[in-house]
Design a protein around this ligand. Structure first.
Ligand code: CAA
Length: 381
């Protein structure tokens, strides 16, 4: 068992850390305040290979692998969790879905453009009345000869406002319910499509989250991703990998919060000495560091399972998403407590990290859904 990164992985991770320090950190406070995306940084990340990390070189991917991807996600998330989720959606929800389910023609058309950052992608599944239960979605795709006509409204779509293409899930056979859903690859300039409401969020405000509105959008039958009526499988298979990215985001946010807590505890003097000398506070820091380390270790094990293609990792991806996101909740809570009243103020980074963490327990499957996935696997359902 080898717990060290190899030389190539170290280079990729060091590059991510440097990028976060130089190209994300100087802008995040303002972008968070204004709820704006750092599109320039995202495009640069594409040029540097961070938007095609699990794609082979044949499709212009950097082929860095799932472990280096998870470690890079930690570095980006420590500094700017909003840009990090955009990176995660591109790599693990969009690229991976096309690589796994796409035809050769679809891979050739989409993957090099996504890997280079020329195109930003999104994965639009959720609807107002269909969140945890994607099988109940209502957006329709009605066959019309060699075309499908898409109608309906999606919501909470990450990257929605900046996307050049989308993976859209729609009902192709109403009578079959969850077994009548299909996935489509659609450009955002298709007539009849428009971006709807831009959400005003509590956290990850440097990411774009929008409604996606389809009014009789005609797409060719060749836009089908995977088999007709097998779209839910496309979504759920892809989300297994996505959950590793969100777990990495949670670990990064927690590491960022721990760093802030340690720094502040050493600086802040009360009762005539730095508060880091108080045993009660030391115990908090020790618990935080231990939990972060546990999550890191399991995260890289699950990333290794994905990278080595050795076994199915549905249960383990759910476990690490569940543990890392709830761990990050506890760590951010304690880190803010260490800061006392200052932690409640916008001038301190912990205030943003505390808000950014919260969504990791919700998107790509709530903690309750992760528990369902784990329990079903244990009980053999
Ligand atoms: N891998 C492959 N196939 C899978 C699978 C997996 N992990 N899980 C289920 N399937 C298959 C099943 O075998 C079944 O296939 P058949 O029809 O051929 O039998 C099909 O998919 C449907 O499965 P279930 O009957 O188990 O589905 P279900 O309706 O009972 O739901 C669930 C299961 C676990 C609750 C699932 O619906 C789920 O994960 N819900 C959460 C949805 C979610 O994560 N949404 C996030 C939105 S995307 C997002 O957040 C992105 C972002 O912005 C960052």
């Amino acid at each position: 068992m080898d717990f060290t990164f190899n030389e190539e992985q170290k280079m990729v991770i060091d590059g991510a850390r440097r990028f976060a320090r130089e190209k994300l950190a100087p802008f995040i406070a303002e972008l968070d305040e204004k709820a704006e995306v750092n599109l320039k940084a995202l495009k640069e990340l594409g040029k540097l290979g961070y938007l095609g990390m699990t794609l082979p070189e044949d499709f212009d991917g950097s082929n860095a692998g799932a472990i280096a991807y998870a470690a890079s996600m930690i570095e980006f998330s420590k500094v700017d969790a909003g840009t990090a989720v955009a990176v995660s959606v591109q790599n693990s929800l969009v690229n991976d879905a096309i690589l796994t389910f796409g035809t050769e023609a679809q891979k050739k058309e989409f993957l090099p453009r996504l890997a280079s950052g020329e195109w930003i992608g999104c994965f639009t599944l959720t609807e107002a009345n269909s969140g945890s239960d994607p099988g109940s979605l209502r957006t329709s795709a009605i066959r019309d000869g060699e075309h499908f006509v898409l109608s309906g409204t999606k919501n909470f779509t990450t990257n929605g406002g900046i996307a050049d293409m989308m993976i859209v899930f729609a009902q192709t056979c109403k009578e079959k319910g969850a077994k009548g859903i299909s996935a489509f690859l659609v450009r955002t300039d298709v007539p009849g499509f428009k971006v709807g409401k831009h959400e005003n969020k509590m956290g990850i405000r440097s990411s774009s989250t929008t409604e996606m509105v389809f009014e009789n959008c005609r797409v060719p039958a060749s836009a089908l991703l995977g088999e007709e009526n097998k779209g839910l499988k496309v979504a759920l298979t892809t989300l297994d990998g996505g959950r590793i990215g969100i777990a990495a985001q949670a670990v990064g946010i927690a590491e960022g919060a721990l760093d802030e807590a340690v720094r502040y505890a050493k600086e802040r003097v009360q009762f005539g000495r730095p508060i880091s000398e108080l045993e009660g506070l030391q115990f908090m820091l020790a618990d935080m560091a231990t939990e972060v380390e546990i999550a890191r270790t399991m995260l890289f094990r699950v990333a290794w399972m994905k990278e080595s293609h050795s076994q199915k990792f549905t249960k383990e991806a759910a476990m690490i998403k569940l543990y890392a996101s709830e761990m990050a909740h506890r760590v951010c809570h304690k880190a803010l407590q260490v800061h006392g009243g200052y932690g409640f103020m916008k001038e301190y980074k912990i205030e943003r990290l505390y808000r950014d963490q919260r969504i990791t327990e919700i998107y790509e499957g709530t903690s309750e859904i992760q528990r369902c996935v784990i329990a079903r696997s244990l009980l053999g359902e």
